[in-house]
Ligand binder design. Sequence first.
Ligand code: NCD
Length: 313
Amino acid sequence: MTYTHRHLLGIEPLHPAEITTILDLAETYVEQNRSGDKHSDALRGLTQINMFFENSTRTQASFELAGKRLGADVMNMSMQTSSVKKGETLIDTALTLNAMHPDLLVVRHPHSGAVDLLAQKVNCAVLNAGDGRHEHPTQALLDALTIRRKKGRLHRLTIAICGDIAHSRVARSNLILLGKMENRVRLIGPPTLMPTGVAEFGCEVYDDMKKGLEGADVVMMLRLQKERMDGGFIPSEREYYHRYGLDAEKLAFAKDDAIVMHPGPMNRGVEIDGTIADDINRSVIQEQVEMGVAVRMAAMDLLARNLRAARAA
Ligand code: NCD
């Protein structure tokens, strides 16, 4: 198995072979999670601390379950009630936790780069569970696993990522991963929600859904990240839905067997029509959640192996 890093901070530093290593190991955890005995002991004796400085449902729950199924002691720090509210800096909080000898630290933070900074201050493995609009590596990996299982491959596919690209770490991590695996990525959204400089990633940019979805194998929808907007990026949600919301009429432009994805949380009637989201023949949104647990188990397993090897050396 090849995964040489101490942390999982982003997709950017990963080699395609490392991405494949994580996905292959995750496949074994998909099986374990579907079996009668969901437990194994890759993380036995290790302590995992989850620090979420931003709201989360799926990501926090799946990191917690992943750690527990692998036998770790898992602690969820509730950052809303922690000393951060009393003015403690991120670094001081990290150093305090570090003194308790955690082995795995799972961190979500509203500022891009905060998780990288924290990783430099602690001597355990750090997993980025989303930092600002920068990266959300485990989301891109679970999306990749879902695509690979549904399409039978993870290369030479046409993948449309639609909506609020500018504020989305999910879009950024996916764009990097899918590019590394040699797919054709299209970004579709209003110009106000398109980041500058996307051309350097070698993707195509569209502001018309029907044109952008033409012939797509995968349609990935994103939420409007209003918490990261400081003004009027769209005229109204109604108008946005009309132009960019995924409904049957727009989806008909994609391939007949195109799959529909969404990282959640979903805003029905804003970026996606509820019937499309619930259509079990098209939507793989629930599979994405299932793959999330398996991918996080694989990532923590690989980091724990490296941690143990480094400590033994
Ligand atoms: C995403 C996130 O937090 O970046 N959610 C998730 O992790 N599944 C996307 C979002 O908040 O819209």
